[in-house]
Design a protein around this ligand. Sequence first.
Ligand code: KIV
Ligand code: ZN
Length: 519
Amino acid sequence: MASKKTMETVKIFDTTLRDGEQSAGAGLTTAEKLQIAKQLELLGVDIIEAGFAASSPGDFEAVQAISREVRAPIIASLSRCNFGDIDAAWQAIKGAENPRIHTFISSSDLQIMHQLRKNPEEVLDLAVASVERAKSYCDDVEFSPMDASRTAPEYLYQLLEAVIAAGATTVNIPDTVGYSIPSEFGSRIKDIINSVPNIGKAIISVHCHNDLGLAAANSVAAIQAGARQVEGCINGLGERAGNASLEEVIMAIETRKDLLSVSTNITTEHIYRTSRMVSDITGFPVQANKAVVGANAFRHASGIHQDGVLKERTTFEIMDPQLVGWPSNELVLGKLSGRAGLRSRLEDLGYHMSKTELDGVFEQFKDLADRKREVTDMDLESLMAGQRRMDTELQSYILEHVQVSSGNHDVPTATVSLTMQDGTKITDAATGTGPVDAVYQAINRIVKVPNTLTEYRVNAITEGIDAQGSVTIRIEHDGSTYVGRGSDTDIIVASAKAYMHALNRMLDITGTEASKTTA
Ligand code: KIV
Ligand code: ZN
């Protein structure tokens, strides 16, 4: 086995905040993007693609904020091959410690003819001019020929040679439509290495989509062929079926270094937390049987497997769950636990906080422990997620009180009290088709911003009758979607919290003022 010292490093390029955010309904606020970026920094990713600065003022603001506040990784902004985009990308990232401009243009005949309506020579000229423009701002320039896996090889070599000569320091080979299979994609990388004369002056990156479920496999094949940067998203988020799951690629490199002989700069123990944070903030659940981070990833159902693992873990486990930061689900704390016990357990889970922060969390912990006999690590993770939501959410309205009456012969009726930022308390009541609907109708009478509930999902955080329910909802307003999450041992309260979270995010993102009069 090659020692870690002699191994080459594969750079991990995270595009959760750009390609991931592009996926339907994941619209995030700047504060939420910053939280994810800070967690990615802890995880140790080499490059964060913070957004597409020219695409909207919100994206510009987020890229700029991340550039200012997240100092260790390279911060990249995407841009099309036009000067306006490149100038905007530079304005957004120029405050970064390590800025990168990532510029792209379609290279396959199909996209050049039907989408760009240009000819290949024009595309090559635009690519070169754009890399030169980007280079006039910063040294670190990445170029992507979009749909590279369906691009005529000779044209692709010519294009790559030209952009490297113009100053591109990374050339990214996207399998934009997720069409490749591993042996073919690996050969394409080898052919590029053998056919582009100046390829040694740039790092080869890959960016694989998961339309055939092969994105991680294609990325690993590319590494074997010589790629030294892999792009992807946490939890495999991204356009359509998503991008390569970074946690899968990272753990493949880690687990099979005997074969791959490369390493990464990732602190793998932060993987689980990063996955949960991204799922919580985006509202996209992680499927139970998802590799590395799914709820069942380290759960052994068969008796034979359980027996083997109890005798020797490696009989049926190829990765140590602790290596990806998996929390135990043992009973850790209860009603009688004190501040010191809570602090120590939270520190084990990686949460370090000041005395005042701990005081706030302790109050919520006591409230939970009163209602739930056993407080597990999963409960603590959910409590911290709730705290994080409160820290980032601009709370135009705070949920004070919910009371519901319902039954098989009653009309479901809810009374809700909300407090506004200036301290004004508003109470209203409504009926509905069920208790959750009644609560939402009562809230609507106070907030008065029309919207449509497009998704409502409830999951149990742990097992047992006293388990907390975690509610995820999506609402639509003016063509945009807003996610909201809330958890509580009472699912009606969890539903009210999720709705308030979605409404507050919507008011924050749209800049809508809270209303003071009741209906
Ligand atoms: O999938 C793709 O081709 C992209 C490029 C912009 C890199 O996301
Ligand atoms: Zn992509």
